[in-house]
Design a protein around this ligand. Structure first.
Ligand code: DX5
Ligand code: ZN
Length: 216
């Protein structure tokens, strides 16, 4: 089943509780965290995760676009996330970090920037619950889907299939009613959608349409 995770980066932050309520039919919430070093933008922190969890029943996946994920990812696990996703490029000891997060009882995600080859994560797949393939350069909502990522998604799906693993393949960036079709065909099964959901007048309808499109 394809899962839709709205990204609250694109929500009206002044009315966050209402914005969370608009997406309550989603499968999870995607909380972006940015430190102005790993990406040229700043957003969120552990207290944002706590605020979100206080106002939503949905499981939260935190996407840490921050340096020194080894130090910070456990803090987000402690904050109550269901899945904590670090960038491979910002992680010094990903095997150790995965073991630490599993000990804390949360799902482990690793994210790759668009230009980071899949081979960089191959030996780690057995440690992961989620592989996040960025389909835009991380840092901002509302960008266009990078078409060359379709081959990377397909390659990731083949790799995961060969290893007979359960891990999910999430994509993030530029997901629309159009791009989700080919991304799902290529093998992604968890879809982050920021502007596609939050810019819609009817967020619940947008979520339902994305889910249907991904299932076709
Ligand atoms: C971008 C973030 C995304 C962003 C997606 O770096 O990681 O989660 O909110 O926004 P859209 O769906 O508008 O591309
Ligand atoms: Zn994200």
């Amino acid at each position: 089943m394809p899962a839709i995770h709205p990204s609250i980066l694109n929500a009206d932050q002044a009315h966050l509780a209402a914005e969370l309520d608009r997406v309550r039919t989603a499968d999870g919430l995607h909380v972006d965290i940015m430190d102005n070093h790993f990406v040229p933008n700043q957003f969120g922190g552990p207290s944002l995760v706590e605020t979100v969890l206080a106002h939503s029943e949905l499981p939260v996946d935190a996407h840490l676009m921050i340096e020194n994920a080894d130090r910070w990812a456990p803090v987000y696990a402690e904050a109550g996330c269901a899945i904590v996703t670090s960038h491979l490029e910002a992680t010094a000891a990903p095997f150790r970090l995965a073991a630490q997060l599993h000990r804390q009882g949360v799902g482990v995600g690793l994210a790759l920037r668009p230009a980071t080859p899949l081979a960089a994560v191959e030996s780690l797949l057995g440690e992961l619950d989620l592989l996040l393939l960025m389909t835009v350069e991380p840092g901002f909502g509302g960008q266009s889907f990078l078409e060359p990522m379709l081959d990377k998604i397909a390659a990731a799906r083949r790799l995961v299939g060969r290893h007979g693993q359960q891990l999910r393949i999430q994509i993030d960036g530029g997901v629309t009613e159009q791009t989700i079709v080919r991304a799902a065909e290529a093998g992604a099964d968890v879809f982050v959608a920021g502007s596609a959901v939050y810019r819609a007048d009817d967020a619940a309808a947008a979520i339902a349409t994305l889910r249907e499109q991904a299932a076709t």
